[in-house]
Design a protein around this ligand. Structure first.
Ligand code: MV4
Length: 449
């Protein structure tokens, strides 16, 4: 097992990783930026190192600072959490070159999945269904015309280095094609430093369903079921659940097995998420893969009983899946609400001091948070302050539990998304499982666009 782990993150996920390390009796090192000095991840880690000022690029994203902290404290592994350096292939490689285990897949796999057109190609070759589209970057206008003729309209142009909804352009008519291509290229260049784009048929009202996987260092990959993530606004997920009410048990097993088999072919290791769109006919299409632990991992933990962070750590030491995880059994239903410090109507971030923090508890309720009364939410980072997660024997029980937990969650001093979550949980379409990626538009003044 590792001697000591550095947690290269902040907020609730840093605390979540520290919890896993404590349960494994592994000492931890927190890193923090100046405004985070009073954070709970700093308090609960065994050691803490200040790595720079508020700005992420000078602290949590600063590779030399993080590696220096790791060397000074003599850790043998780094857990990157999500966001920040978690999907930075170069960082994973620098860790390995410094003889520090990066708790995640190898740098080459992160690199592969980060090039979204290449991920599409490789996953199709490994046997997953993909949305009809180009099998590489669109080289020029002739290739664009050819692709559009083959794919048909509407289509979507996506940045190869994008993902998570950044750098996308929908084309609905022929005359939009060339301008959309040029705009997408220049936006991709601006945002990611490369103009590479690819195209896919545009699905109008898909569901977003993703499979959780774990791989060991011996060529084995398993799936831990799916998460329904259709309830989102501007590519920020608001509510996630597992299982998806759109997927019969038999389909879950078939698709899950297909996903695990495809990832064994490419040599996937550690935790990952395979994202699919599901169309109105119930067909699944691979769109991209995330090579990190995700915000919404708790819903999978609740229905499988598997601690995904501990699994990541044990798999990174070289344990086999059969030892680290064993056979996975699914039980009941779980829902997560992401509570953000933001105005529930305008979504403007609401930084400031939390004066009251009274999270709910009781049977089947879990709150992952680094917030407390008197904590200050700094304006520099994302606005997630708590993940409210429930488990029930079935979806109906989980919904009832989430409604009462939302009713009993009191946060004062900053505005939060709790009122929006209460509305979503009271909605008849939500209760009936009638979801797609346009669900939230009805609840917000600007249509969520
Ligand atoms: C799509 C799509 C429709 N057709 N691709 C947005 C996030 C990124 N991961 C992929 N996204 C989409 N890709 C095709 N071919 C619609 C979206 C999309 C979306 C996907 C998942 C969840 C929410 C979404 C909201 C708007 C658009």
């Amino acid at each position: 097992m590792f001697r000591k782990i550095l947690v290269a993150n902040r907020g609730e996920i840093a605390l979540r990783v520290i919890c896993a390390c404590k349960e494994l009796s592994i000492p931890t090192v927190a890193v923090y930026s100046e405004p985070d000095r009073n954070s709970l991840h700093v308090r609960f880690a065994d050691e803490a190192v200040c790595i720079g000022p508020a700005r992420s690029s000078e602290s949590y994203l600063n590779i030399p600072s993080v590696i220096s902290a790791a060397e000074i404290t003599n850790v043998d592994a780094i857990h990157p959490g999500y966001g920040f350096l978690s999907e930075n292939a170069n960082f994973a490689q620098v860790c390995e070159a410094s003889h520090i285990t990066f708790i995640g897949p190898p740098g080459e796999i992160i690199q592969l999945m980060g090039e979204k057109d290449r991920a599409r190609r490789e996953m199709a070759a490994a046997g997953l269904p993909t949305v009809p589209g180009t099998d590489s970057v669109i080289a020029d206008e002739a290739a664009l015309e050819e692709a559009a003729g083959r794919i048909g309209l509407p289509l979507i142009i996506k940045a190869s280095a994008g993902g998570g909804g950044r750098g996308m352009r929908v084309v609905r008519s022929k005359d939009e094609l060339l301008p959309a291509f040029r705009t997408a290229q220049s936006e991709a260049q601006q945002a990611f430093g490369t103009p590479d784009v690819y195209a896919e048929r545009f699905l109008e009202r898909p569901r977003h369903i993703e499979f959780q996987v774990l791989g060991d260092r011996h060529g084995n990959v398993i799936h831990l079921g799916e998460r329904e993530c259709s309830i989102q606004r501007r590519h920020q997920k608001l509510v996630e659940e597992s299982p998806s009410s759109a997927l019969p048990a038999k389909r879950r097993e078939e698709l899950g097995a297909q996903v695990a088999q495809a990832l064994e072919k490419i040599g996937y290791q550690n935790a990952g998420t395979v994202e699919f769109l599901m169309d109105e006919d119930g067909l699944f299409y691979f769109i991209e893969m995330n090579t990190r632990i995700q915000v919404e991992h708790p819903v999978t933990e609740m229905v499988t009983g598997v601690d995904l962070i501990k699994s990541q750590i044990r798999l990174a030491t070289g344990e086999k899946l059969s030892e680290a995880v064993g056979k996975v059994k699914f039980s009941g239903h779980s829902i997560e609400c992401r509570i953000n410090a933001e105005d529930p109507e305008t979504f403007v971030p609401s930084a400031g001091r939390i004066t009251t923090f009274q999270p709910p508890g009781g049977t089947g309720v879990r709150v992952d948070s680094a917030a407390y009364a008197d904590a200050v939410i700094p304006p520099y980072y994302d606005s997630l302050i708590a993940k409210l997660v429930v488990h029930g024997r079935d979806r109906e029980e989980a919904i009832g539990r989430m409604r009462r937990a939302l009713e009993m969650f009191v946060i004062e001093g900053v505005r939060t998304s709790i009122p929006l979550h209460r509305k979503i949980l009271a909605d008849p379409d939500f209760a009936a499982g009638r979801l797609d990626t346009h669900f939230v538009e009805r609840f917000v003044a600007d249509g969520g666009k």
